[in-house]
Design a protein around this ligand. Structure first.
Ligand SMILES: C[S@@+](CC[C@H](N)C(=O)[O-])C[C@H]1O[C@@H](n2cnc3c(N)ncnc32)[C@H](O)[C@@H]1O
Length: 760
């Protein structure tokens, strides 16, 4: 059902859109949420999401590492979310920033080449006091959990993506098979022994599913086992993996690799079949040149030729000897979902790989390394000595990236726009002025050069290799720990940051010139550790974003002692550790500031609050609702509801987007209306019954919960009160021009407000 096409559901569609935009809800198809559930992620785990964009599963993984973490506590775990597509990495950043987590890194690699961070410096200098940890660090970066939600043909999504009916052909899946194996095998190498890896696709084609799983088991030669997870998530309806299938190539059904037409040897490979048996490299080398001839015809050509092909006798299909029935097939008609395939592996021993030439590498290597091959002879490549695959920096045959050239990265900060402002008004960043453009927000910190984009856009696999070998990720800002003691001291003193919130080695900037840096990011200990590891390993990792944006530079004419304001995503994490610049408002005044955005001190209802506000230092402050009592927030756990503001000479303005302010105002207003309606109803009922009825008795009718407390949950404005409130708010919002300065001595249009999430 498409909600947006049904006029009667227009309001709920608007509501969903708004909540999605400000990050209160994330929409995701139910079946696509299942793979992370089989990872058994614990809060202390290091998790790698190899093909992560747009980030729905990454979000789930983040939720898992923050599970059980109480407000004010910092989680030990980490999620590294990787995607090969630069633009989709920005989606990933946007999606995950709603989680307000310092425990995330977004990286931009081809997953099959994801760097291992093996220490190449030879230095013994380390921040770790633990010798064991140092030993482990120098051996590389390992993950406790890895999700390989690989690119696939997507035929499991046919129900919601009807376009696939038109575009589907068997060549798509066949063409992805080898990449899927390479990605998964890189995952196996990066997995800690004892760790879990989940391989998933939204395709039901065995060539992308069981065939890949079979090849993982064969290639890893006992270092991973395929788990039987039939007792996990018992209510999930699933079917066992296939153990027998045929391969379709140009309208021919093939039973085994022996039936592969020599000319099609690059397009159909033995690993696609249940046994995985087939020819070796020499079968596909042309005797005269030693160079393979990958099929060059397009799918269209293939279709034309198909007409002429003679259908062959299929013969008996192969049957796998591996326990592929342990894989899970989720079929659309079993529980009204999309189709999905899931396999769960555990690493039981370190991975020693024989770097045989993979089919996908063959043509590339043979083309680019032709001379070397001739010199070494084919046998040298076919039967090399086993190598410790766990510790490789990049897969065999692909050189690791060299040291970055410092000079490469300096130009990028000029892309950041610093706004000068009038009077003492804080200025909002250009990027944040338009809430709906948040996805592009991080562009200034992770700008990728045009040349690099063009290379990435090209389909030439050698181009990708070239990009990743570029010195020090040309065009991407560096990730540097903030070491400027003056700035750190000003932050700690201005906001009264407690020792419970470690700042040294946890604040990161993306500019080498600290005097120009606009944003400061907070990283968890685990992320900080990985950044250090990356330095020692010669900065192999291309980091698009690290941690949580916690402070942003704020320029005003009248200097504040601290030039950095708190960002909206940083507030939930920092607030429990702040002792200064916090002020508690009553409900009425809190609503006033949300509705008006900028309020003169004299306009507040509570004069004590106004006086206390005047006393605060000039600059960024946080206005909260009390955590207990009648003015306590709704459904917001122990930390409460808070909004970052800018305190000027005579007024205060919220630092939030209008959408966020309106949404927060709406919630509080609904709750208040709800309460007053309940109270009015109680009075009415009492009056009609001679005053004998208690509010607890009236609970079921009057929205009072069973334990006698008023149920203030206001997440679902469905009881007919929504229209007038929403309309009023919409009108209010439209009266203000997006991105313009508002009256008084404060600009309160575009920065931050936040409802404290219990996750942090
Ligand atoms: C199935 S989608 C991932 C969906 C994601 N896990 C989620 O739940 O939101 C596959 C992703 O793989 C990315 N991708 C394609 N080839 C890749 C490669 N070689 N390495 C890493 N990512 C790749 C695509 O850009 C795409 O975002």
């Amino acid at each position: 059902m498409q909600i947006r096409k049904m006029p009667i559901l227009e309001r709920i569609h608007e509501f969903l859109k708004l909540e999605n935009e400000i990050g209160s809800i994330t929409r995701q198809e139910a079946v696509s949420m299942i793979p992370p559930l089989f990872l058994d992620v614990q809060p202390h785990h290091k998790v790698l999401d190899m093909c992560a964009a747009p980030g729905s599963k990454t979000f789930q993984l983040l939720e898992m590492i923050h599970r059980d973490v109480k407000p004010g506590e910092l989680s030990d775990g980490m999620v590294v979310a990787n995607d090969s597509d630069t633009q989709r990495c920005h989606l990933l950043i946007h999606q995950t920033k709603r989680m307000c987590s310092p425990n995330i890194m977004v990286t931009n690699h081809d997953a099959q080449l994801f760097p291992g961070l093996k220490d190449r410096s030879g230095r013994l200098e380390t921040t770790s006091t633990d010798a064991e940890m140092w030993e482990e660090e120098s051996n590389g970066l390992y993950f406790d959990r890895i999700l390989c939600d690989v690119p696939c043909s997507g035929d499991g999504t046919l129900r919601k993506a009807p376009d696939i009916w038109r575009k589907w052909n068997c060549g798509v899946a066949n063409g992805l098979h080898r990449l899927q194996i390479q990605i998964a095998m890189r995952g196996v190498a990066l997995l800690r022994t004892g760790g879990r890896l989940v391989y998933s696709t939204c395709s039901l084609n065995p060539v992308e599913d069981e065939a890949v799983v079979g090849e993982i088991l064969r290639e890893s030669r006992g270092s991973v086992e395929l788990l039987d997870v039939s007792s996990e998530l018992p209510e999930l309806k699933r079917r066992p993996g296939l153990t027998s299938w045929l391969i379709r190539d140009r309208k021919r059904w093939l039973c085994s690799a022996s039936q592969i037409d020599r000319k099609r040897a690059g397009a159909v490979v033995p690993s696609m079949f249940p046994s995985g048996n087939g020819w070796d490299l020499s079968d596909i080398l042309e005797p005269s040149t030693g160079v393979s001839s990958p099929p060059t015809d397009t799918e269209d050509d293939a279709e034309k030729k198909d007409v002429e092909e003679v259908e062959e006798d299929e013969g008996p299909p192969e049957v796998a000897t591996l326990p592929l029935e342990r894989c899970m097939r989720l079929l659309p008609h079993d529980q009204d979902t999309g189709g999905f395939f899931i396999a769960v592996f555990r690493k039981v021993a370190p991975f020693k790989a024989i770097p045989k030439i993979k089919e996908s590498h063959k043509s590339r290597i043979l083309r680019t390394e032709k001379e070397a091959l001739t010199a070494e002879g084919e046998t040298g490549l076919l039967v090399p000595a086993p190598i410790d695959a766990d510790s490789i920096v990049a897969p065999p045959f692909l050189p690791a990236p060299p040291e970055r050239d410092l000079l490469d990265i300096q130009v990028e900060d000029s892309t950041e726009v610093e706004n000068e402002i009038e009077a003492e008004e804080p200025v909002s960043d250009n990027e944040e002025a338009e809430g709906s453009k948040v996805a592009g927000e991080e562009l200034s910190m992770s700008v990728v050069s045009e040349g690099q984009e063009k290379l990435a856009a090209s389909k030439d696999p050698n181009a990708i290799g070239r990009i990743q070998r570029q010195g020090r990720w040309k065009g991407v800002d560096p990730v540097l720990f903030l070491k400027d003691e003056k700035i750190i001291k000003s932050l700690v003193e201005f906001y009264g940051i407690k020792e419970t919130f470690p700042v040294h080695q946890h604040l990161v900037v993306r500019s080498e010139d600290v005097s120009r840096c606009k944003r400061i990011y907070y990283v968890s200990a685990s992320v900080a550790h990985t950044i250090q590891q990356n330095f020692r390993a010669g900065e192999q990792m291309k980091i698009t974003s690290a941690g949580l944006k916690i402070f942003e530079r704020q320029q005003t004419k009248e200097a504040s002692t601290c030039i950095f304001r708190i960002s909206s995503e940083g507030l939930p994490v920092l607030l429990p550790h702040m002792t200064k610049q916090i002020i508690v408002a009553n409900r009425k005044d809190f609503r006033l500031i949300l509705a008006e955005k900028v309020v003169q001190f004299s306009a507040f209802n509570d004069s004590t609050f106004a006086a206390a506000l005047r006393e605060l230092s000039h600059g960024c402050c946080v206005i909260t609702l009390p955590t207990e009592g009648p003015d306590a927030p709704i459904n917001s756990g122990a930390v409460g509801t808070a909004v970052a503001c800018w305190k000027g000479r005579s007024n205060v303005g919220i630092l939030i987007t209008k959408a966020e302010a309106n949404q927060m105002h709406q919630r509080i207003s609904f709750a208040d209306d709800d309460v007053s309606r309940s109270e009015e109803a109680v009075v009415a009922v009492e009056a009609s019954q001679g005053g004998n009825m208690t509010s607890v008795d009236a609970g079921s009718e009057l929205n009072v919960s069973k334990n006698g407390q008023k149920d203030n949950s206001i997440n679902e404005p469905q009881n007919g009160t929504a229209p007038s409130k929403a309309d009023q708010l919409d009108d209010g919002a439209h009266n203000q021009t997006e991105g313009t300065l508002m009256g008084g001595d404060v600009v309160g249009d575009t920065t931050e407000i936040v409802e404290i999430s219990s996750a942090n």
